[in-house]
Design a protein around this ligand. Structure first.
Ligand code: HSE
Length: 444
């Protein structure tokens, strides 16, 4: 039990009343009896801090609850728990530190903050005899932090494969099922409240990578910085690649992988071809899916909405109830005791071994395919299939000298990332190969 547990009402202050903050406030205000039953004591929302008091937020708060003064929460002796929902590193970090030092427990949905400062903040929380809970930081409504930290405690986890960014998955779904152009799909994700304040964090793979690092630290006791593994987003994909993948019997997902093989940690976040029918290929829309392999439990799957107001509020409020009732969450320093081993070394990217999907836009002239396949062959990369469609506008009666550009799509057999990079460098030198050159791994 934490010091905050008891029968006294728990005063709550929310910092940040955006999409998620409004959702949390709504649950607290609409379900006070449920909160009291689950927490074992009344949970009272005292203040919600916003930057701009005049902005409409789609929620009616009791008079005097809204403030633009963060000190009204951080200096309030009746507030025992602070919910940080402003996102980003600063001033979120300062607010969380001040809250802990003021003797308040903290709940946050901020994965960038936990990625950057999770260790230090958890250590500070322990020093203060307080807790910092962050279930909502990974996969929103899917209870994955609690599951890895508690329900799977009997296991040594050996592998994590996951779709962890709801926005990217939503965009891929909208593009491939509804033919929506990329920019329109990004805008729709923002309107639905799925995307980060800066949606580039979603589409360039950073958000999924933050979440994977957090899960990796919980599962393996190894903290891996973002620059130590391949991180690529969906922002370089074109609709054509989704269609070619489909034609070949695959779906494209932004797949996050961390698994231990031969004592090394294989880790990457990349758009990946997954065979149609595989459970990970069927996850659509804003949903996340996480597959965990444990040495006792075997393989388990978790899925649910990975972004959005209600799903994220569900996780934040669950943390709040846990904290209020004294069921403290696992934190990083405690995990160090769990794992008590040297960090697992990360497999160098060049040594990753997998199959690849390649697309080169080439000028449709004699010997082009031979030039490309020759380079692949000399690098020791074996081709599994080749697909080239006619350029749509071929006009045999035209005298034009302009040569059409055609996509050359190649599936390779298993090779290494290092061989692939060398081949790609050579192929880029071919005068008849045009941008973009697309390379995606194939799962399995
Ligand atoms: N922007 C995030 C996502 C929200 O799309 O997954 C939840 O972390």
């Amino acid at each position: 039990m934490t010091e905050s547990a008891g029968t006294e009402p728990l005063g709550v202050g929310i910092i940040g009343l955006g999409t998620v903050g409004s959702g949390v406030a709504r649950v607290l205000l609409e379900h006070p009896e449920r909160m009291q039953r689950r927490a074992g004591r009344p949970v009272v929302l005292r203040k919600a801090v916003v930057r701009d008091l005049s902005r409409s937020r789609g929620i009616e708060l009791p008079a005097g609850m809204l403030t633009d003064q963060v000190d009204e929460v951080l200096n309030d002796p009746e507030t025992g728990l602070v919910v940080e929902l402003i996102g980003g590193l600063s001033p979120a970090r300062e607010f969380v530190e001040r809250a802990l030092k003021a003797g308040k427990d903290v709940v946050t949905a901020n994965k960038a903050l936990i990625y950057e400062h999770g260790d230090a903040l958890c250590a500070l929380a322990r020093e203060q005899g307080k807790t910092i809970a962050f279930e909502a930081a990974v996969a929103a409504g899917v209870p994955i932090i609690g599951s890895v930290g508690q329900a799977l405690a009997a296991n040594q986890i050996t592998g994590i494969e996951a779709v962890l960014n709801g926005t990217s998955n939503f965009i891929l779904t909208e593009m491939s099922h509804n033919g929506l152009p990329y920019d329109a799909a990004v805008q729709l994700a923002q309107e639905r409240g799925y995307a980060e304040a800066d949606p580039s964090m979603d589409v360039d793979g950073t958000d999924a990578a933050h979440k994977l690092v957090i899960l990796t630290q919980l599962a393996f006791g190894t903290r891996v910085p973002l620059d130590a593994f391949i991180r690529q987003g969906i922002d370089t994909l074109e609709l054509a690649d989704l269609q070619y993948a489909r034609e070949l019997g695959y779906r494209v997902k932004l797949l996050a992988v961390a698994r231990i093989r031969n004592g090394l940690l294989e880790m990457h976040v990349e758009p990946t071809l997954i065979r149609r029918g595989h459970p990970m290929s069927t996850i659509e829309d804003v949903y996340n899916r996480i597959q965990i392999d444990g040495d006792v439990v075997g393989r388990v799957w978790f899925s649910g909405m990975g972004a959005g107001q209600a799903a994220t509020a569900s996780a934040v409020v669950a943390d709040l109830i846990d904290t209020a009732s004294g069921r403290t969450r696992l934190n990083f320093p405690l995990l160090d005791l769990w794992h008590q081993r040297e960090p697992v070394p990360v497999l160098p990217a060049d040594e990753l071994s997998r199959r690849y999907y390649l697309r080169y836009n080439v000028i449709d002239r004699p010997h082009m395919m031979a030039d490309v396949t020759d380079i692949l062959g000399r690098q020791g990369i074996s081709i599994a299939s080749v697909m080239q469609h006619e350029a749509p506008e071929i006009d045999c009666t035209s005298d034009s000298d302009e040569e059409p550009i055609v996509p050359l799509v190649i599936m390779t057999h298993r090779t290494t990332e290092g061989q692939m990079r060398s081949a790609d460098r050579e192929i880029a030198q071919l005068q008849a190969v045009r941008m973009p050159r697309v390379r995606m791994p194939v799962d399995g």
